[in-house]
Design a protein. Structure first.
Length: 302
């Protein structure tokens, strides 16, 4: 039908070049400001978030300033995260339905589940209306929070938010995030550069935490946690997770990482503990959330 003449070949090459250029752009700049993304946290299911600002290093995305859509009280209003393609995913992605299903099945708190559903619906509506260019100023400002008077605090320092389900007193430490505190709608980010003293303090804290991470990865800690798993050592958290009611299991969520505040170090700990869990006989392996709900809070630091 199309033949194989020079015109067809030129058209084919043109299509190939267009496709290739689109793919290159999408790989290099997968996330843009005013996009909707899924933010995947260790302590929460993937949650829809609005991209307020993109920070780059050498033209590559380095950090993102995000606002949760319909976030609950356990979440900060705004936060900055280091960009990783596995933890910040475009809302319209092949994993979208998986994230929705995971949220529906893993959120036990009815109010939080309702918020999650509303967040997904509003994200869908926002993207649909934006595609049709029918989004009015009021609807857009809901996502961009343009009316909020806020200041962003750059942080590799500790952040605390209320995180325990059914308890406003439970504190959850976040790392590499920024909570929204106060001040102007157009903050001067240059003025927030850390001082030499602050940099030295952060470096010292990171070095100290690195030693803690190495201790957590030790054979001694592995044996300690396996004793808990096989009930050779008493653990109330283990008992609730393995033998408790749904309500008791729900109370274990979002326990936090103790003195570890750095996101990369948290991920390093989670990965080694997951490896230990998968070394168990297949019939004995519990849900992977056992790592976050039992082993991590049971870690004993020197």
């Amino acid at each position: 039908m199309f033949g194989d003449g020079p015109n067809f070949k030129r058209s084919l090459n043109k299509c190939y070049n267009i496709t290739l250029s689109i793919n290159i752009v999408s790989i290099e700049y997968p996330i843009a400001e005013k996009d909707i993304v899924w933010l995947i946290w260790l302590k929460f299911p993937a949650w829809p978030a609005f991209v307020r600002r993109v920070y780059r290093k050498k033209r590559r995305i380095h950090k993102l300033s995000l606002t949760f859509i319909e976030g609950c009280t356990k979440m900060p209003n705004r936060l900055r995260v280091t960009y990783r393609c596995k933890t910040v995913v475009p809302f319209i992605d092949k994993q979208k339905q998986k994230f929705i299903d995971q949220g529906e099945s893993s959120i036990y708190d009815p109010e939080m589940r309702r918020k999650f559903r509303e967040a997904c619906e509003k994200a869908e509506s926002f993207l649909h209306q934006r595609a049709l260019s029918s989004l009015n100023k009021e609807e857009f400002s809901f996502f961009s929070r343009e009316s909020d008077e806020e200041e962003e605090i750059d942080s590799d320092t500790n952040m605390q938010i209320n995180s325990g389900p059914n308890s406003s007193d439970t504190e959850n430490r976040l790392s590499d995030t920024e909570d929204v505190l106060s001040s102007s709608p157009s903050p001067n980010y240059n003025s927030l550069e850390p001082s030499a003293k602050e940099i030295a303090r952060i470096r010292k804290m990171t070095e100290k935490q690195s030693k803690l991470v190495e201790f957590v990865k030790s054979e001694e800690m592995k044996n300690y946690l396996l004793d808990i798993f096989y009930e050779r050592r008493k653990s109330e958290l283990h008992q609730k997770f393995i033998h408790g009611t749904v309500k008791e299991k729900n109370s274990l969520r979002y326990a936090g990482f103790g003195p570890i505040y750095n996101e990369e170090q948290e991920e390093e700990i989670v990965e080694i503990l997951k490896d230990w869990l998968y070394e168990l006989p297949k019939k004995d392996i519990p849900d992977i959330s056992y790592v976050l709900d039992v082993w991590i809070p049971e870690v004993r630091y020197p």
